[in-house]
Design a protein around this ligand. Structure first.
Ligand code: IYR
Length: 270
């Protein structure tokens, strides 16, 4: 995958998203240098980890409650302008930041915006890109795939919501001396953090949308982020509008998404 997202416009279809393959592995990004990270060469240090073991009944109950909570989440495009306390956004960011990450580098930045001029600047720039995308940069096949969702280039919700959080992936770290510090599995790590962020928002009764205006390099400019950070995803956050509507769509069933003990090819003994 190219490191330059800006050149990677929506004509590539769904693969243009942040999840275009596990290519941010150890061989991607800055090459090994003298600085192998903040803990390079340190001896590992371990502490006990003894979370309480739930009995089967309690586990079933808790799991079922969590599944039902998450199953009640929907992506929202019709928001209320009602204010959301900053403390809730802080909690969601802290929760997201508990995600596992490659070499524990925590390669994410959550840039939270509540001021109207910046939200407006984001809306204007996002709509400019989306107009080009919906106007032909996206393939006909892609536009067809989006039709059931009723999306278009109008991103008015970016000015309605009390908060926008833009998540940036930290492609590589920078030491105090300005040396680059290699990060690992950046996209996977940031994707997991975003999943936890969405879950945390939902648990607090807040609504959001995984919005990926494409290309989204403009977010670095508008938000003044450094070159080692790349926009990953944009979350408009608020309460759903009183008259909010969501597409009438279904989730895949367990049977459609799960495979159990698949047969291994004959002779494959390794
Ligand atoms: N970024 C555009 C298009 C879009 C793409 C996908 I894949 C979606 O699931 C939804 C929208 C937009 O935000 O409208």
């Amino acid at each position: 995958m190219s490191d330059e997202r800006e050149s990677n416009g929506p004509k590539d279809g769904p693969n243009d998203g942040p999840n275009d393959g596990p290519n941010d592995g150890p061989n991607d990004g800055p090459k090994d240098g003298p600085n192998d990270g903040p803990n390079g060469g340190d001896e590992p240090s371990f502490i006990p980890y003894t979370p309480p073991r739930l009995d089967a009944g309690a586990a079933e109950l808790r799991g079922a409650e969590f599944e039902a909570l998450m199953d009640s989440r929907r992506s929202v495009r019709h928001f209320s302008a009602d204010p959301v306390p900053r403390s809730l956004i802080e909690r969601a960011i802290r929760t997201a930041s508990t995600a596992p990450s490659g070499a524990h580098r925590q390669p994410w930045r959550f840039v939270a915006v509540s001021d109207a001029p910046t939200k407006r600047a984001i809306r204007i720039a996002a709509e400019r890109e989306e107009q080009v995308s919906y106007g032909g940069r996206m393939s006909e096949e892609w536009r067809c795939a989006l039709r059931p969702l009723g999306t278009d280039a109008d991103k008015g919700y970016l000015e309605v919501v009390p908060w926008i959080v833009v998540v940036f992936e930290e492609r590589f770290g920078l030491s105090d001396a300005g040396e680059t510090i290699k990060n690992y599995y950046v996209k996977e790590s940031v994707g997991i953090a975003c999943g936890l962020f969405i879950a945390a928002l939902h648990s607090m009764g807040l609504a959001t949308l995984t919005h990926t205006p494409s290309p989204m390099g403009f977010l670095s400019r508008v938000l003044g982020r450094p070159a080692n950070e790349r926009p990953y995803i944009l979350f408009p956050i608020g309460y759903p509008a009183a008259d909010a509507r969501v597409p009438d769509i279904e989730r895949k069933t367990l049977d459609e998404v799960a495979v159990w003990n698949p047969e291994r090819p004959v002779g494959d003994d390794d």
